[in-house]
Each structure stands twice: as structure tokens, then as C-alpha cells.
Design a protein around this ligand. Sequence first.
Ligand code: GLA
Length: 373
Amino acid sequence: MRAIEQQALDRYRDRFGAEPELVASAPGRVNLIGEHTDYSGGFVLPCAIDRRIAVALGRGDGGFASTAFPETRSFAGKDDSWADYPRGVAWALADAGFTIPTFQAAFAGDVPQAAGLSSSAAIESATALALDQLLQLGIPRRRLALLGQRAENAFVGVNCGIMDQYASLLCQAGSALLIDCRSLDAEVIPLELDRHGLTLLVGDSRVKRGLGATAYNERRASCEAAAGTLGVPQLRDASLDDLAKLSGVTLQRARHVVTENARVLAAVAALRSDDFATFGRLMDESHASLRDDFAVSVPELDTFVDAADQAGALGSRLTGAGFGGCAIALVPSALVESVSSAVSTAYRERGFVEPVFYVFRPSPGAEIAGTGQ
Ligand code: GLA
């Protein structure tokens, strides 16, 4: 059992004075490339990180406890807190016709919160897998991911795409996951950075996504409007030539999505042929497109990218929704220290809050850690 799973187990015993029926956990993620494409039916390439949310769970009406917060929250209701994620999953399962008994649960996690590393998808995915196992529902993981997304869209009220829940449930150790968000097919793509002397350096800009949810929903609406103008179901179906029919901001938003989809496929081809120089260039192009056309970057993320590239990264880009959160850089392992310190210096010069750096290992998706005695 992982340490984080043991913490959830201990919290359950402390809080409820009983043994849970099972313990499960699910990871956060970083997205290597393919940003703001999932809700247009496009391609994304996330990988799960070695930071997880664990849940110890059993039937009962003791509510939800967490090692991160002192309070216990009820099973029923909705209160705009972290407890809305497990509640939302229970609601989505019930709404899909499954009989869900009242359950109690304790959570523990080490996914940095509000950093764009998908801690909410990790809670949803851990809860969904735990309930599936507890109740022997036999729901395939892809459907569990869709139910997690439904919890987020219809219960929590965030209009996210499918990437984060898919990554949290379907990623495998040492690999990234190419997701076709139209067909919902997912393919495991080996990511052997160590073998090539490379490291994926992640930097948290420490900018919290204040207006993020509103701006995210606006971007999504622009993409849907652009598809409507072009007469295609989703921007996945648009080509570069089609874009000539658009203008202004709509053109910019659509151009990002169309070019980003092409970049994901090129990036996967580059990974398959160990061409990391090309992979890095595509990361840089992705960032420029997110900054200039999709307008979801902030000065802190641009500074990370510029400083990392100047200090020897093969490429770098913001990851996740943008408006703050994290950036990633593909760095020769020998340069990790100097790239991080170049970014820190650039932040200091501009008066930004000191960034936080992480190096994650590509990790397995959600797992059942153990069943009760
Ligand atoms: C958030 C959403 C995802 C995806 C990304 C942007 O992480 O939850 O569905 O849209 O933003 O690529």
C-alpha cells in the first residue's frame, strides 16, 4: 500500500472507528501537448503523475473526512466544497441507473491543489473506481471516466472535457496516453525520457486561476460558435483551409484548435522515432499558439517558457487550462538545476512569486489498493 493510501486508511479508522471496505487511489496528470482540444473532439497527450488522491471507503452514513481539512462533510447535499466531487460521482452513477447506497469515506492526497494538476479528477476517479469495486458494478474504466466528467459538468458545474478523468483512470506507468476525444479511443505511448537522458520539469507559476472557470467556459463557447459558423459538428472536423471563412477572435481560437490537433499527432510520431528535438519544437509552437491565438497564458507562464528555453530546454509550454497553474519543460537531465535556477532568477527579476518545481514520474492510473479485512 502506498503511503498516501495508508493515510486515507488511518484517517478512516480515526474518524469512523471502523475498518473501510476498501482503499483506492488515482493520480493527477500533466498534459504533454494538446491543450483546449478535448472539448472540440480533438487529440490530447497527458501522462499521470506520481501524486495521488487516495480514498478509504465503506457503507455507512458518517460522511466524508479528509486529511487536508479538519471538517467532516455530509454524504448528501452540495456545498461548493471538495466533498462535491465524491457526491457528484455518486449522483452521476445513480443518474445512470446504478443503485448507490449511502457511503462514508476518508480522503488523503498529495496532488498539489489549484495548480492545474487535476486533483479534482483524481478525487472523482478514485471514488468512481472504489464504488465500482465495492458494489461489483463491472463498469469499464472508460465509462467511469465519462461518469466522472459528468459529475464535474452537471453536479460541480465545471464544463471540462474528458482529458483529466481519462488520464487519471487509463494511464499506465512509464507512458503517456494519446486520447482521441471524438472516438474516445486511448492508446498508451511509451515515454522513455530517462533512457534518453531527459527530464520533464514542471513549474507551478503560483498564479491561482481566479477567473479561470469563466474564461474556460468562454473559450469553450467560442470553439462551439466557430464550429457552428463553419457548419461542422466540432472543430476537430475543420481544416486549415476552412479557417479562411472566419475572422477576428473566432479565427484565432479556431486556428489554435486546428493547429494544436496536428501538433499532437506530429508529437506522437516524434516520440515514436525518439525525435525529442521535434517534440520540443512542437511544445514551443503549442505555447505560442495558446498565448497568441487562444489567449490563455499569463506573464508568469510566458516567463517560465522563455527562461527555460534560453537555459537549454528542448521545448516548453503551459500545461492544463492556463490562466495560471503549471508549465512544463523538456530538459536534458544534466541541465535541470540550471534551467530551474534560470526560471527562478527570471521570476525574481520581474517581481513574481517564487515558482515551485516538480519532477514527476509517468505513473499508473487509478488502482484498488486493498479490500477490508
Ligand atoms: C482543463 C480541463 C480539460 C482540458 C484542459 C485544457 O484541464 O479539465 O478537460 O480542457 O483544461 O486542455
